[in-house]
Ligand binder design. Structure first.
Ligand SMILES: Nc1ncnc2c1ncn2[C@@H]1O[C@H](COP(=O)(O)OP(=O)(O)OP(=O)(O)O)[C@@H](O)[C@H]1O
Length: 342
């Protein structure tokens, strides 16, 4: 992660610390509290019953940008849909912004807004109409509606009166974000918001997410783009086979992988030198060599000394850090191995 984005994280955190003093904060400081959450989808004529969540415990801090990651079919959408009150849980307790779903279903639903994965929109509504109808469904009084403000925020003000069916895929996605925000929810869930979107839309989305977060909205994000999760999220839970297999700050998670790589470009033909124990070498396209080592056991200097001692002259040297993708693959493959051994 580049230093600029680390600075950005700490700025955001500082601003959020202010929002933590918000008088409307849930007492526990958690935007979402999930205990023993289970979901089994009922069998149908075509498929047997399917266990999607096997007893999830998870607490998501108010004010955070929280990543919910996991392989396909892990149970992320099921969890989100239960939080949003769209899917019935089989067992467990879910609280949104301090409101238990079973005790205060209305307040609990009103505290959360979801931008869904699928581009579900009524083709006969204009963006303005779609937001007005949605605000009406939430009981937002006309005087408090933010229709044009939201359309402006997502860059759709000039399309306010166009029919949804005439909007491009990217524009529909923008409209779904605005729709999720009409009732000013404390918690905004983005389910795969950037799947298949172009760079401009992605940037617009992240700009808005950061701004909303700075203003105090808790963001829950699922994405298959791990680089994005690493850059955006303060904390991450990895879900696999209906269970939370790990949950930590992004920084700690990335720090768990101690493998580093030193990539060198030899200045002319060169033999692979004798290497310290545990260091491996692989060729890269273009003649570069990648030396991988365990950074908890040795520094880059030790590896570089060994390379130079072998007589290799270098025209370029750089190091590559482990990233969230390494952690994800390591943890989910471990979970798969444990699952198949059981
Ligand atoms: N309506 C449903 N009826 C039956 N099974 C379902 C239903 N919805 C999801 N499942 C199953 O529950 C499991 C969890 O699915 P879910 O969609 O929650 O996973 P996910 O982590 O969101 O996956 P993806 O990343 O692919 O969106 C999967 O095995 C899926 O096939």
């Amino acid at each position: 992660m580049d230093p600029a984005s680390i600075g950005l994280h700490s700025n955001r955190r500082a601003r959020r610390d202010k929002t933590r003093k918000d008088a409307h904060m849930p007492q526990t400081g958690a935007a979402i509290e999930i205990e023993g959450l289970k979901k089994t989808y009922a069998p149908s004529a075509k498929s047997p019953a399917k266990v999607a969540l096997q007893g999830v415990d998870l607490s998501i801090p108010a004010g955070s940008i929280f990543g919910l990651l996991g392989p396909n079919g892990a149970g992320k959408s099921t969890m989100i849909n239960i939080m949003a009150g769209l899917v019935m849980k089989s067992a467990g307790r879910v609280s949104i912004w301090g409101f238990d779903q079973d005790v205060n279903p209305r307040q609990s639903r009103a505290a959360i807004g979801v931008m869904p994965q699928e581009l579900v929109l009524d083709p006969f509504f204009t963006p303005r109409g779609a937001l007005d109808v949605q605000a009406g469904l939430w009981g937002v009084p006309k005087s408090q509606r933010r229709t044009m403000e939201l359309l402006d925020m997502v860059g759709l003000a000039d399309k306010a009166d166009a029919y949804a069916r005439s909007l491009s895929g990217g524009m529909r996605r923008r409209l779904l974000l605005a729709k999720a925000l009409v009732h000013s929810p404390r918690v905004l869930v983005l389910d795969e918001p950037t799947a298949g979107v172009d760079i401009e839309l992605r940037n617009m989305l992240w700009r808005n997410v950061r701004k909303l977060n700075e203003q105090g909205t808790t963001i829950i994000l699922t994405t298959h783009y791990l680089e994005e999760a690493q850059e955006m999220c303060d904390e991450i839970a990895i879900i696999d086979q209906g269970q939370v297999i790990t949950r930590d700050t992004t920084q700690n998670l990335v720090g768990r992988v101690s493998g580093k790589t030193l990539v060198v470009t030899p200045d002319g033909p060169a033999a692979i030198p004798e290497l310290p124990e545990g260091v491996t070498c692989a060729e890269r396209p273009g003649g570069a060599l990648a030396f991988t080592y365990d950074s908890s056991k040795m520094g880059a200097g030790t590896v570089l000394d060994a390379i130079r001692a072998g007589g290799m002259r270098l025209s370029d040297v750089k190091t590559e850090e482990a990233d969230l993708e390494d952690v994800f693959l390591q943890l989910t493959s471990k979970a798969q191995a444990a699952g198949s051994a059981a």
